[in-house]
Design a protein around this ligand. Structure first.
Ligand code: ADP
Length: 580
């Protein structure tokens, strides 16, 4: 705008000056003949014409002789005026051309446009100069005011444009700021407080961009939720795995350890994260396996025994290389499966088979031996034959008893596993009485008194035949191992635990020889006997207490023994009073 204003005014000014030059020259040409004519006569008429014409035309008129002397002037006394021969407009006129000059008049003190044309002066017969001048000040003033006005308009336009730009910039920057805030929330991972960018009051392009950002944010949000869910699922799987799992990075630092692993090494899980594996796992074989997998990038498997506490832990261990998506090794996954329990069970199974075989073998060998002796001729010896056959019957009974007890055990185990044993709430007293009746004859033989101390109202969740069997077994042992004329007490009593659970305790206490302390932990194992010979003499199978233990477990109960060698033993069964 300012440049246009400057151009317009300068062009207008030069155009106007050109027009003015023309006009002044034409005016000069118009009065030229009159001046020539008047110059032939007196000075006075010429002077008068110049003054009057000048005033009428608002033009300064000067007549100059060929030597620069002013002959007449419309505004000044020509006699007082200096020589004009050197004036820039006069010089070309004296040479026969039209001369122009735009300058400040020394005489009038204002900006004037001078035009000088050569004329014929009769007085001197020489060429003179007719000079006309008109002031340019009004035009200049008008042009300056025009310039100022345009400058003002320019400034106003700049101001308006600035305001408009500010408005536009705000309209663009506000949604941009909103988008920036939204993006920041995303980068901070605050997906629940995602800023939804409104597309109202926005330009079309901005609204489109906002829409795309919203969509992108929602997609990222959805993906993050899926990732979080998957991570939580993996976390749950990882931590609830029964196997111990340790993830180790390529620098042999622990990345993660699941609960089973931290329990195995008796460490808090938060402490081990980021620690060097050597500081946590102090087993040379395990460390070697980890090294081997890291170096050779291959799986390793080994059975290892750990000695962390008092009991050794047998572990089946595997190390697997951890690979990233580019199949590059990024560490090792150590998986440890605790085989201790399985091993113990395997030992129990092996022991059991060996024990059963041994227990069965003894009577079978005896039967075989005596039958062969009979067949070899002893059959003819009446006395011996009868004795041998009685032994064969006794051994056969023993075999029968062992097989019966084994069958009972396996039936109870089976029914416990398949939850076939039904428990009903019933009185415990009659069970004790019934068991006593079964063993009464055996007790009488040794003149043993059996006393029942039981409140008849005591109820428990019981399977009557099974519980009776358990009490018979305990009573049978008590009678068998007690001396003649002694006393056995059958008791039952109720109690309440801290958690308000009601329990019933059944106990069989005798004054027999008691059991040495070292036998107590293994007493309820199958075929375990403190004194093998004595037990066999008593006709025991070594399975009686194992059956009691299984019956107690089938009732959700426990069995315990307290014994002081030389003083007697007390076997107690504890059962819940109510059905769960
Ligand atoms: P058994 O048929 O040999 O009696 P049990 O399983 O019933 O087998 O008992 C295991 C062992 O516990 C017995 O061999 C015996 O040594 C010991 N025992 C059981 N009850 C008593 C008791 N009341 N007094 C002393 N020892 C007992």
């Amino acid at each position: 705008m300012l440049l246009a204003a400057w151009l317009a005014t300068t062009t207008g000014r030069s155009f106007y000056i050109e027009r003015l030059k023309e006009e002044v020259r034409e005016r000069a040409l118009l009065i030229q003949p009159t001046i020539t004519t008047l110059s032939r006569g007196q000075d006075q008429p010429l002077q008068e014409f110049v003054r009057q014409t000048g005033r009428r035309a608002a033009t300064r008129i000067t007549v100059i002789d060929h030597d620069g002397v002013v002959l007449a002037d419309s505004n000044e006394d020509h006699l007082l005026m200096d020589n004009h021969a050197t004036r820039s407009e006069v010089v070309p006129a004296l040479a026969g051309e039209t001369g122009y000059s735009l300058r400040e008049s020394k005489t009038l003190g204002e900006s004037m446009l001078y035009a000088a044309i050569p004329i014929e002066l009769r007085t001197s017969g020489h060429r003179g100069v007719l000079r006309l001048a008109i002031p340019t000040t009004p035009v200049e003033a008008m042009l300056i005011s025009l310039q100022w006005r345009m400058f003002g308009i320019g400034l106003a336009v700049i101001g308006l444009a600035a305001l408009f730009s500010l408005y536009c910039a705000r309209r663009i920057s506000r949604p941009l700021e909103e988008m920036k805030r939204g993006a920041e929330q995303l980068t901070r991972g605050r997906i629940d407080q995602l800023v939804k960018i409104s597309s109202e009051n926005m330009s079309l392009e901005m609204a489109g961009l906002a829409g795309s950002i919203n969509q992108m944010a929602e997609q990222i949000n959805r993906r993050i939720r899926i990732i979080i869910q998957q991570r939580n699922e993996l976390e749950a799987v990882f931590s609830s795995m029964a196997d111990s799992v340790v993830a180790i990075d390529a620098d042999k630092n622990i990345i993660r350890m699941n609960q089973a692993a931290t329990a195995l090494f008796a460490l808090p899980s938060e402490v081990v994260k980021g620690k060097a594996v050597q500081g946590v796992i102090r087993n040379a074989y395990l460390l070697e396996m980890i090294d081997c997998t890291l170096i050779h990038n291959t799986q390793q498997a080994q059975k290892i025994t750990l000695y962390n506490g008092t009991d050794p832990i047998i572990l089946q261990t595997h190390t697997v290389p951890l690979r990233d998506e580019d199949n590059k090794s990024m560490g090792v996954l150590l998986v440890m499966n605790d085989l201790t329990k399985l091993n113990r069970l395997e030992h129990i199974r092996q022991d059991f088979v060996a024990n059963v075989s041994h227990e069965l073998k003894t009577p079978i060998t005896a039967i075989k031996g005596y039958v062969e002796t009979l067949l070899d001729g002893a059959l003819d010896d009446q006395d011996n034959a009868r004795r041998f056959l009685e032994i064969v019957v006794r051994q056969a009974n023993r075999l029968d008893a062992i097989v019966d007890d084994l069958l009972t055990l396996s039936r109870i185990e089976d029914q416990s596993n398949t939850k076939e044993i039904t428990l009903t709430k019933g009185e415990v007293g009659p069970v004790l009485e019934s068991a006593l009746q079964t063993c009464a004859l055996q007790a009488d033989e040794k003149n043993i008194t059996v006393q029942i101390e039981c409140d008849k109202e005591i109820l428990a969740a019981i399977n009557q035949p099974l519980l009776e069997q358990a009490v018979i077994n305990l009573l049978h042992n008590a009678i068998a191992y007690s001396p003649q004329d002694s006393r056995i007490t059958l008791r039952c009593a109720g109690s309440k635990t801290m958690r308000g659970e009601e329990l019933v305790h059944l106990s069989v206490a005798d004054n027999g020889p008691g059991i040495a302390k070292e036998h107590l932990p293994r007493l309820f194992e199958r075929f375990y006997r403190c004194d093998k010979a004595r037990s066999r003499d008593q006709g025991g199978t070594g399975l009686g207490l194992a059956i009691v233990k299984h019956i107690a477990q089938a009732h959700d109960g426990t069995v315990e023994v307290e014994s002081i060698p030389g003083k007697g033993s007390t076997f107690s069964i504890t059962l819940p009073a109510t059905i769960k």
